[in-house]
Ligand binder design. Structure first.
Ligand code: ADP
Ligand code: ADP
Length: 225
């Protein structure tokens, strides 16, 4: 099933064309990575999907609905950032529960879902800790748990491993791919790191100057002569 259709979207900033008539479909359950050098339009694409930027032209269809002009909070999409953006004064449990509270879930629904996710992400023993009592990899998992909690259609990840040291990054790459596979969620991942893209993705979209340069599986791209 097609979950996202980017229907010829263009985004300009003054005379800069950040994204140029991008036309593609993303399938439900796909781990798709946008790869390319700084300034090629990856973040702008992600921000348009999240509703933080509006395209000048084209439409964004999410789950069959035209969301092009919908604000972020009306879209069934969540984001994970490089700096985690966890609330430092809240416990792990409260961080994960936060998005569910905004959605007006009942206390027992919130507790159930929070426990479920913390177990799933092997954070069961950390519920009452604050983020400063966790390692970088654990914080990243809390951020992921929080983003997954409301069960969004699409998860947007903007260089989420950038803050991790090289050793931990390899481990978290494997974990992240595993979490994506087990949840069956659609992940839209942005990175300039080719190894990261090759390790995790079902599909890699190589961007250059606002356009798609290559689009295929890691095998198709990697073994191309
Ligand atoms: P990437 O994420 O691949 O590094 P971006 O999407 O951030 O690329 O940027 C694409 C192009 O758009 C760059 O030339 C960048 O300078 C420009 N750009 C992005 N955001 C803005 C903005 N808010 N105002 C002006 N130019 C921007
Ligand atoms: P990245 O390179 O990690 O994609 P950037 O540092 O390019 O991110 O962008 C960070 C923020 O700055 C974004 O909100 C983006 O819209 C904005 N931005 C990027 N390029 C420009 C620019 N040339 N002028 C103004 N704002 C920009």
């Amino acid at each position: 099933d097609v979950i996202v259709h980017l229907d010829k979207i263009t985004k300009r900033f003054g005379s800069t064309v950040a994204v140029d008539k991008l036309d593609m479909e993303i399938m439900a359950g796909e781990f798709v990575t946008f790869l390319g050098p700084s300034g090629c339009g990856k973040s702008t694409t992600l921000r348009m999907l999240g509703g933080f930027e509006t395209p000048n032209e084209g439409r964004i269809i999410l789950g069959g609905t035209d969301v092009t002009s919908q604000p972020p909070n009306r879209r069934d999409v969540n984001m994970v950032f490089q700096d985690y953006a966890l609330f430092p004064h809240m416990t792990v449990g409260k961080n994960v529960a936060f998005g569910l509270e905004l959605k007006g879930k009942t206390r027992s629904e919130i507790d159930k879902r929070t426990d479920e996710l913390l177990e799933f992400l092997q954070l069961g023993g950390f519920r009452d800790r604050t983020p400063d009592q966790l390692s970088g990899g654990q914080r990243q998992r809390v951020a992921l748990a929080r983003a997954l909690a409301p069960d969004p259609k699409l998860l947007l990840l903007d260089e989420p491993l950038g803050a991790l040291d090289a050793k931990l990054r390899g481990q978290v790459q494997v974990e992240l791919k595993d979490i994506q596979r087990r949840t069956g969620k659609t992940f839209f991942f942005v990175t300039h790191d080719q190894d990261e893209a090759l390790t995790m993705s079902d599909r890699i979209v190589v961007m250059n100057a606002g356009r798609v340069e290559q689009d295929g599986t890691p095998e198709e791209l990697y073994f191309r002569p």
